[in-house]
Ligand binder design. Structure first.
Ligand SMILES: *[C@@H]1O[C@H](CO)[C@@H](O)[C@H](O)[C@H]1NC(C)=O
Ligand SMILES: *[C@@H]1O[C@H](CO)[C@@H](O)[C@H](O)[C@H]1NC(C)=O
Ligand SMILES: *[C@@H]1O[C@H](CO)[C@@H](O)[C@H](O)[C@H]1NC(C)=O
Ligand SMILES: *[C@@H]1O[C@H](CO)[C@@H](O)[C@H](O)[C@H]1NC(C)=O
Ligand SMILES: *[C@@H]1O[C@H](CO)[C@@H](O)[C@H](O)[C@H]1NC(C)=O
Ligand SMILES: *[C@@H]1O[C@H](CO)[C@@H](O)[C@H](O)[C@H]1NC(C)=O
Ligand SMILES: *[C@@H]1O[C@H](CO)[C@@H](O)[C@H](O)[C@H]1NC(C)=O
Ligand SMILES: *[C@@H]1O[C@H](CO)[C@@H](O)[C@H](O)[C@H]1NC(C)=O
Ligand SMILES: *[C@@H]1O[C@H](CO)[C@@H](O)[C@H](O)[C@H]1NC(C)=O
Ligand SMILES: *[C@@H]1O[C@H](CO)[C@@H](O)[C@H](O)[C@H]1NC(C)=O
Ligand SMILES: *[C@@H]1O[C@H](CO)[C@@H](O)[C@H](O)[C@H]1NC(C)=O
Ligand SMILES: [Zn+2]
Length: 734
């Protein structure tokens, strides 16, 4: 391994001589720097062991217990005062410095005095069914007050009524399928099930197809552990607290937008900041409301019209119909959806803690997680907060012991108001944008730390893939059965469960869905998202965003010994240790080149002929990617050739080039109609949870195919993409 090996050898000797510890052969990279009369460790296997061993499952468990005593939604006293102070004070004891960043942002809540409901109404006005909006508490703890009732944040108040149509997952292709069946949902209410795409897109699609409202339910096939056609009300005992599945009365709250404070797009929500008129905010205009499957059953069981396609059938023991009318007695009934949500500006707080770097204090290596939860936040997000707090403590302890200091500044971020739309992290990156653009090395995100015990999963930008593989190889497998099967590390199970075409663990591209979004999409910061997960084919863990996502759920069903939580903490700590401490950044530019070539091939295979038929060639793009590959190879060679004798300035030059690669891909004019700037990865326009590759180009092609754009737009986007790949190439030149 070239230069790093050399650095390692030389410095192991130096270290052994200097402080007389044993030589750690075969372990990782080492580099020792002498500053005045003390020896500063850049990175060393001994330090790695110290930090990883300092991470304790019992501490994570205790953190989680403290974090989940009460519901703590964004803007609440519990989240903005109690937990904000808990984290601030804890970090003040472990870290060098702590800052609180407040923002005044537009939040959204369900009204208690004007509750949300769904009704089935006879033509004479009498009400046949009424769905209310609270969940049934299933244990003592869940009876605690102030859990928000059912609602979708940032959907408008008002009442809509009409016929009811079942629209499967509410994707564009589902609405298109209905048009093929000659069903026009215009002016009606639609009923979609959760899953497959971000809920905000379901609402957007319903609006696009002119529905006046949308009801979203959790189908027991997707969340209840039920086979198709098997649940009916007499089976009401299935699910939590007996199993990890969603009980019939549970439902999923959530937001329908992920763009930060809706009133300050592109700018931080400071007091001096101009707020746009709420009517101009990018928010839905139709009523939307989530319900449980117990409640959905009542409507679905009496829905009329033709049978829904086989693929649209779900876990309720009925034949799912398309709707448009109801059966028998209810034939002429209409559905009414009433939403009493209100919006209010509130102060929310990010807590930011620092361990100052000794050599490059102006370079930031960030680790973040959000604090706010829809209810108690057992998994989402407090499992992550508990882990990040323990990583901060472990690193802080080793620094305080005088055994290690990072070369670069480590920044721990505790984000506010993620659930209502990634608000805390968005406002912060908007405020610190210029600093982050110039000096942020990387961002590691942990939202839910653990939602199952099957395997780690990760998303990341390509330069970080190799580091993730290395770090997961350094962490013991938390699963004893896996160890017995000769899979001793987190890496081994990850590879076993989820190999890619090159027999490496699969790492997804990042779109949106958590707080890495603005780091990557706005500031071009190399990013990672980590969690331990299940291997069932379900959209999320069953009680996601429900009342039942509690400490007890974690303890009973997910990670009773907190050993998977500990493993995630250790992976994150190892990644942070290496990024903050190795003199030459462990970022691999060659993997980016490989990714671009792969994406090019996929574009060419899917659309090459079509593009050629319309006079559009991919040759410039191809040669730009080739140029990028050459520069990446060259930069990697230079990085590898650095030795212990290399000057600080030559190390800095290489590092600046390594961490800035994603900056090159930013187009400051933004992708068409969007705030996002990264031309290689963006949240898909049709499912923000997913990433789309070459988003400007693929969206433009999609639009032409759907008669809402032209080949000229495609040409323009292709040239932007090519130019930005050349910009990224240009940044790799000293
Ligand atoms: C309204 O119509 C329904 C169905 O026909 C009937 O059951 C109900 O009694 C009627 N209510 C009133 C107040 O007339
Ligand atoms: C919800 O419905 C249940 C049973 O139908 C009822 O007991 C309860 O009072 C209702 N709650 C609200 C808030 O309307
Ligand atoms: C929505 O709520 C606002 C106050 O919060 C109220 O003024 C308005 O009338 C409500 N609109 C509807 C359609 O209920
Ligand atoms: C659906 O119906 C509305 C009016 O009810 C009409 O404006 C619209 O064009 C129709 N859409 C399609 C695709 O037929
Ligand atoms: C929705 O309504 C608009 C405006 O009336 C109309 O142009 C459009 O065709 C409608 N869309 C569908 C899918 O019916
Ligand atoms: C579904 O309902 C039918 C009657 O409609 C019943 O015969 C069948 O046993 C039910 N299936 C399950 C899995 O409960
Ligand atoms: C911003 O305005 C709010 C409400 O007026 C006030 O409470 C807060 O102190 C102000 N913040 C700053 C930093 O001035
Ligand atoms: C905001 O927009 C609404 C709707 O267009 C309008 O009625 C209102 O006057 C606007 N408010 C301001 C302060 O401009
Ligand atoms: C993993 O979780 C499942 C489901 O809760 C449980 O049955 C299994 O025993 C767990 N495995 C290990 C090794 O913890
Ligand atoms: C990963 O480890 C290998 C083997 O030690 C080393 O050659 C490589 O440089 C490491 N990669 C990164 C990104 O740290
Ligand atoms: C857009 O075009 C694609 C490809 O032809 C098609 O699958 C999709 O259904 C279309 N969507 C709309 C909204 O027309
Ligand atoms: Zn979350």
């Amino acid at each position: 391994s070239g230069a790093k090996g050399l650095l390692g050898m030389a410095s192991i000797l130096a270290a052994a001589l200097a402080i007389g510890i044993g030589i750690l052969i075969g372990k990782s990279v080492v580099n020792v720097k002498t500053i005045s009369d003390t020896i500063q460790w850049d990175f060393d296997a001994g330090i790695q062991d110290l930090i990883l061993n300092e991470i304790k499952a019992s501490n994570i468990k205790e953190n989680l217990r403290l974090l989940t005593v009460l519901p703590h939604e964004a803007g609440s006293h519990q989240d903005e005062v109690v937990l904000t102070n808990l984290i601030k004070e804890t970090w003040e004891t472990h870290l060098d410095k702590v800052e609180v960043y407040p923002y005044n942002v537009l939040l959204s809540y369900p009204s208690i005095s004007d509750p949300n409901y769904i009704e089935l109404v006879f033509p004479n006005g009498s009400v046949a069914l009424k769905t209310n909006y609270t969940e049934v508490p299933l244990d003592q703890n869940e009876k605690k007050p102030k859990v928000l009732p059912s609602f979708l944040a940032h959907t408008p108040n008002g009442t809509a009524s009409g016929d009811l149509y079942y629209v499967n997952y509410g994707r564009v292709e589902d609405f298109e399928e209905l048009l093929k069946l000659n069903v026009n949902v215009s002016g009606s209410i639609c009923m979609a099930r959760y899953g497959r795409i971000f809920r905000g897109e379901k609402v957007k699609n319903a609006e696009l197809y002119n529905c006046t409202g949308i009801v979203i339910f959790t189908d027991p096939f997707d969340y209840g552990g039920m086979a198709k056609h098997s649940w009916s009300p007499e089976k009401s005992s299935i699910g939590y607290p007996n199993t990890w599945w969603l009980p019939p009365s549970g439902f999923q709250r959530g937001s329908v937008q992920m763009l930060g404070d809706p009133l300050t797009p592109g700018y931080p929500s400071l007091n001096l900041t101009y707020r746009i008129n709420e009517s101009k905010a990018k928010l839905p205009k139709i009523q939307a409301q989530p319900i449980s499957y117990e409640q959905a059953y009542e409507y679905m069981a009496i829905l009329g019209g033709q049978d829904a396609p086989e693929k649209w059938q779900g876990g309720l023991n009925i034949t799912y119909k398309i709707g448009g009318s109801f059966k028998a007695l209810h034939k002429n009934c209409k559905v009414r959806i009433h939403v009493g949500n209100y919006k209010v500006q509130k102060k929310v707080h990010n807590v930011i803690g620092y361990i100052k770097g000794w050599q490059d204090p102006d370079k930031y290596v960030l680790l973040g997680n959000h604090r706010d939860a829809w209810a108690f936040g057992g998994l989402d997000p407090s499992s992550g907060t508990a882990v990040v707090m323990e990583v901060a403590r472990a690193m802080g302890v080793v620094v305080k012991q005088g055994k290690w200091k990072p070369r670069r500044t480590i920044v721990f971020c505790n984000w506010a108001a993620e659930e209502p739309g990634l608000i805390g992290s968005t406002e912060w990156t908007e405020q610190l944008e210029k600093r982050l653009l110039l000096r942020a090395v990387s961002y590691v995100n942990i939202d839910i730390a653990v939602q199952g015990n099957a395997t780690m999963r990760a998303g990341s930008t390509p330069t970080l893939h190799n580091l993730l593989y290395n770090s997961t190889k350094s962490v013991q497998n938390p699963n004893e059965e896996e160890k017995k099967k000769n899979r001793p590390t987190v890496y081994d199970t990850w590879l076993h469960k989820n190999p890619n075409d090159h027999n490496l663990p699969f790492i997804r591209n990042l779109g949106s869905g958590s707080d890495y979004t603005t780091f990557l999409q706005r500031c071009g910061v190399a990013s990672v998202d980590l969690r331990y997960t299940f291997d069932e084919h379900i959209p999320s863990y069953p009680v996601y965003h429900s009342l039942h996502d509690t400490f007890k759920y974690m303890e009973n069903f997910i990670d009773p010994e907190f050993k998977y939580s500990k493993a995630i903490g250790q992976v994150a700590a190892d990644v942070m240790l290496k990024l903050s401490s190795l003199s030459v950044l462990p970022l691999n530019p060659i993997d980016y080149a490989a990714k671009l070539r792969y994406m090019f091939k996929s574009l060419e295979t899917t659309n090459g002929k079509l593009l050629a038929a319309n006079g559009i060639q991919l040759t410039d793009l191809n040669s730009a990617i080739w140029e990028f590959g050459k520069a990446a190879q060259n930069l990697n060679n230079v990085a590898q050739s650095l030795t212990l004798a290399s000057s600080e300035s030559s190390i800095r030059i290489v590092n600046d080039q390594l961490f800035q690669i994603d900056r090159g891909f930013l187009d400051f004019n933004g992708l068409p109609g969007r705030l996002w700037r990264h031309v290689i990865f963006a949240p898909s326009s049709h499912n923000a949870y997913r990433a789309s590759g070459f988003p400007g180009v693929t969206d433009a092609i999609y639009n032409v195919l759907n008669n809402s754009g032209s080949w000229e737009d495609v040409k323009q986007q292709l040239s932007v993409l090519t130019l930005k790949i050349l910009s990224a190439t240009d940044l790799m030149i000293a």
